[in-house]
Design a protein around this ligand. Sequence first.
Ligand code: NDP
Length: 399
Amino acid sequence: MSRVLIIGAGGVAGVVVKKCAMLPEYFSEIHLASRTVSKCENLQNEVGKDRVVGVYKVDADEASEVADLIRKVEPDLVINVALPYQDLPIMDACLETGVHYLDTANYEPKDEAKFEYSWQWAYHERFKEKGIMALLGAGFDPGVTNVFTAYAAKHYFDEIHYLDIVDCNGGDHGQAFATNFNPEINIREITQRGKFWENGAWHETDPISVREDLDYPNVGVRASYLLFHEELESLVKHFPTLKRARFWMTFGDEYLTHLRVLENVGMTSIKPVDFQGQKIVPLEFLKAVLPNPGSLAEGYTGRTCIGTYVTGMKDGQEKTIFIFNNCDHAVCNDEVGAQAVSYTTGVPAMIGASMMLQQHWMKPGVWNMEQFDPDQFMERLSQYGLPWQVIECDSPFKR
Ligand code: NDP
């Protein structure tokens, strides 16, 4: 018996629900809750009431509402695919009720973009004492990129020194400007200052100011920009031999021009402004007028290529490997009616949940993905839609 409560009913949740529904051997009973219950009902109608057996309205900003729902449903695990703002109230509810927890993004306060794990790591002792587990950042990046790093360290190196995580979306959705996951979270992430780890310290850069033109397998050369991404924080903590750790994401000129204009006129700000007697947050308003990322799947062409370059030492020799996955937007749409960014997030969340429920990854406390043995997770990636490759190569990065 493995009963899950999934919270959130957006683009990523759609993939998690559908993939869990395909695997009754891992997920015997699925319950789905979100702020807008009609979105849960739509998903329930798509997969069938025999697989999603209950749908509920919940405001997951309120820990007590989530705890009441958990007591009613009695799940073994809560899969949080709502927004990062809800991480702590949902973790509080899990602590209160003694239920395991999984998410795909670190907690964020609404009024400040931080992208750090400090708040959630602070729950470690309480989760341990309660005998429950939290798995943090179980999407692709963070998530699979952490597991790729652990897999490289386990099988290819005696010691790892340089890490470059690269995230390329080589797809075309045909819209002038759209984000591939929740616009509010995505734009907060991109417009913050860049940051990377080198020689024991964090170094900052201006937003989107450091560029490398990288050649991505099965996609081609794409302009890639240095960003801070949350998995860097946990990876440098858990792999202290790293001398440098960076994250790169591709953006087209058209996307960057739109973003610059929106920033210049204040539309990406998270500080509330007065508008006709009301306080509104410009970025929240922008989200309301941008395409819903979940709606981009139809007609989306091209592939993503997300992976991890690792350089380190093996038997006294330095070498570099690249572990990566290519994911085709159209193939994801055919399988579950989603684009590849939702798919590459939702599939690892489903696999992480299966690893916990089957006790492969199960220990009380709050953990990041790289803290577990990577092998079985890597097998399941290939099995459930995200096959990966390892190539030995020269590093494309300068020292
Ligand atoms: P969406 O905006 O499409 O969906 C978010 C869902 O959460 C919506 O259904 C929304 O409800 C619901 N929600 C928001 N607030 C609340 C609340 N207070 N109570 C209950 N439900 C709420 O986002 P995505 O699906 O694109 O992203 C989901 C998560 O995945 C995010 O945390 C994102 O950061 C993360 N992510 C992680 C990635 C990774 O690789 N690790 C990559 C991409 C995304 P409503 O429908 O009412 O708005």
